[in-house]
Ligand binder design. Structure first.
Ligand SMILES: [Zn+2]
Length: 439
C-alpha cells in the first residue's frame, strides 16, 4: 500500500508528470523553492547538472571524481544543522536530482515524503536475478558553518575532491550511478536487482529517513538480501557498531529560601546522586570483557541544567544520559534498568524519565564470516572492521538478511572544517562496485 506522498513512476515521461504533480505549480527543472543562500543557485538546485550518458567505455575515474564534486555543489545540509551559509532547504534539491537521474538510467523510482517535504528516493534497477541488494546513501550532510574551506565548491586539488559531503557520503552515490550507467551503455543488466536508496536525516534527527525506508519495505512486504549502508570506511566492510539509548531526566525537588535548605528539596543534589550512580554503572560496564570486536556498552551523563537563582533551593534539574549499546544488549531492557537506577539514586526526590528520540537502538552486528562481508573484504583487499560511530544500519535489522557499512574514503575527513576524499579511494570503490554488480 502506498502512503500519501508516495510517487511512483517507471519512465522519464511518467517521472516528469509525477514530479509536476508532486510539486504543483512548478516544472521539474525549475521546481524548487529558492531560499536565501550564499552559494550559486544554479548549482545549488541541481538545475543544469546533466551528466552526459556514457559510451561503451568505462567512465574514467577523474570523471567520477568530478561528479562527486558536482554532487557537493548541490548542498544538502541537514536542516537541524542549518546556518547562513548552508540555507535550510535540506536534502530536497539532491533528492529531486537523484530521482530524475535514476529514472533516466531506467530505474523504477519512488519518492517518499518522510517529513516536511524531505524525500527519500527508492530507485529499483531490475537485475538478472531476484537477489536484492540495496545501497543506502544518506543524502544529508552535517553543517558547514564551522568550515574553514569553501563548503560547496567541489574542487579537485592534490588528487582529492574537496567540499562538504565529498567523503560523507556523496562519493558512493556518484560511483554507484556511474557504474549503473556504464552497464546500461553496454546493454548489461546488473546480476542482482539493485535498489539505490537515498535517505534523508541520517546525520541528525533520529535516523527517520532510514526508518521511513524500513517501514516502506515492511508495508510492501519486501525484504532485502544484502544491504550496503554507504559511509566512509576506507573500503573495509564494517560489520558492527554500537547502538544507543538516551534518557532525558527531570529531577523534581522543592524550592525554599537558600538560607533554609532544610525546608526545600534540592533537585541538583538529586541529580548529583544520579550522576554518581551512572559513573558507577560505567565502571561496571568497563569491567566486562567485551564479547565482540565492537566493544562494551558505555554510559555517561552528557548534559545538566538546573537552578533558578542564587538564593533559591533549586526545585528542578534536568540531565541527559547517553548509553551506547554493545551487540547482544537489549536496548529496551537497558532503558528500563537505567530508569530504575535513576529513580533509586534520586530517591526521595521524584523523577520524570523519557526515552530520547522515541526509540532505543540495538547495536548493529553482522557475523564477519557472512557472505557480503567476506566478498567486500576480498574485493577491496581489506579486513572486516568495526566502527566507533553509528549509521543507518541501526534501522535495518528487521528488513535485511545481511548488512554491511561500506564506502570509500576515511571517516577522519568527515564532519571536519575541511572535508575531502582521495581520488584513489574513488577509483578503488568504483572497481569494487563494477565487480559486485556483476556477481
Ligand atoms: Zn555519513
Amino acid at each position: 500500500m502506498e502512503r500519501e506522498g508516495d510517487q511512483h513512476y517507471g519512465q522519464h515521461a511518467d517521472f516528469v508528470a509525477a514530479m509536476a504533480r508532486y510539486m504543483p505549480g512548478s516544472t521539474l527543472h525549475h521546481g524548487l523553492a529558492c531560499g536565501s543562500r550564499t552559494v550559486d543557485k544554479t548549482a545549488a538546485d541541481g538545475r543544469g547538472l546533466v551528466w552526459p550518458m556514457a559510451g561503451s567505455d568505462l567512465i574514467p575515474t577523474l570523471t567520477i571524481a568530478e561528479r562527486v564534486g558536482d554532487l557537493v555543489r548541490i548542498p544538502s545540509v541537514n536542516p537541524l544543522q542549518a546556518g547562513p551559509t548552508s540555507g535550510d532547504e535540506g536534502e530536497v534539491a539532491l533528492s529531486t536530482w537523484l530521482a530524475e537521474r535514476a529514472a533516466d538510467l531506467g530505474a523504477d523510482v519512488t519518492v517518499d515524503d518522510v517529513v516536511d517535504g524531505r524525500n527519500n528516493v527508492y530507485a529499483r534497477f531490475q537485475g538478472q536475478t531476484d537477489r536484492v541488494i540495496t545501497v543506502d546513501v544518506h543524502l544529508d550532510t552535517v553543517g558547514v558553518e564551522h568550515m574553514t574551506d569553501p563548503a560547496f565548491d567541489g574542487r579537485i586539488e592534490d588528487d582529492r575532491v574537496y567540499g562538504r559531503g565529498s567523503v560523507d557520503t556523496k562519493a558512493s552515490l556518484a560511483i554507484v550511478l556511474s557504474v549503473l550507467e556504464e552497464m546500461r551503455a553496454s546493454g548489461e543488466q546488473p546480476v542482482p536487482t539493485l535498489n539505490v536508496v537515498g535517505t534523508v536525516a541520517e546525520e541528525m534527527g533520529g535516523l527517520i529517513g532510514a526508518a521511513g525506508y524500513r517501514d516502506w519495505l515492511q508495508e510492501h512486504g519486501s525484504r532485502i538480501d544484502q544491504m550496503i549502508v554507504a559511509e566512509p570506511t576506507m573500503c573495509a566492510p564494517v560489520h558492527g557498531h554500537k547502538g544507543g539509548v538516551g534518557l532525558e531526566v527531570t529531577v523534581h525537588g522543592h524550592a525554599a529560601h537558600s538560607s533554609k535548605p532544610h525546608l526545600g528539596q534540592n533537585a541538583i543534589s538529586g541529580a548529583a546522586r544520579i550522576i554518581t550512580a551512572i559513573d558507577a554503572e560505567q565502571e561496571r560496564l568497563d569491567s566486562i570483557p567485551p564479547p565482540t570486536a565492537v566493544g562494551n556498552g558505555s554510559v555517561a551523563v552528557l548534559e545538566v541544567s538546573g537552578g533558578v537563582a542564587r538564593n533559591i533551593i533549586p526545585p528542578h534539574c534536568g540531565l541527559f544520559a547517553g548509553r551506547r549499546c554493545a551487540p547482544g544488549e537489549d536496548p529496551d531492557l537497558i532503558f528500563e534498568q537505567l530508569s530504575e537506577l535513576v529513580r533509586q539514586a534520586a530517591h526521595p526526590l521524584k523523577t520524570d524519565i523519557t526515552l530520547a528520540n522515541g526509540f532505543a537502538a540495538a547495536a548493529f552486528y553482522q557475523d564477519p564470516d557472512s557472505a557480503l562481508v567476506q566478498l567486500l573484504a576480498e574485493l577491496a583487499g581489506t579486513a572486516p572492521d568495526v566502527a566507533s560511530y553509528g549509521s543507518n544500519a541501526l534501522q535495518y535489522a528487521k528488513v535485511a538478511s545481511e548488512i554491511v557499512v561500506f564506502g570509500p574514503g576515511s571517516i577522519d575527513q568527515a564532519h571536519q572544517a575541511i572535508e575531502w576524499i582521495d581520488i584513489a579511494e574513488i577509483d578503488k570503490a568504483t572497481a569494487i562496485y563494477r565487480t559486485l554488480l556483476r556477481t
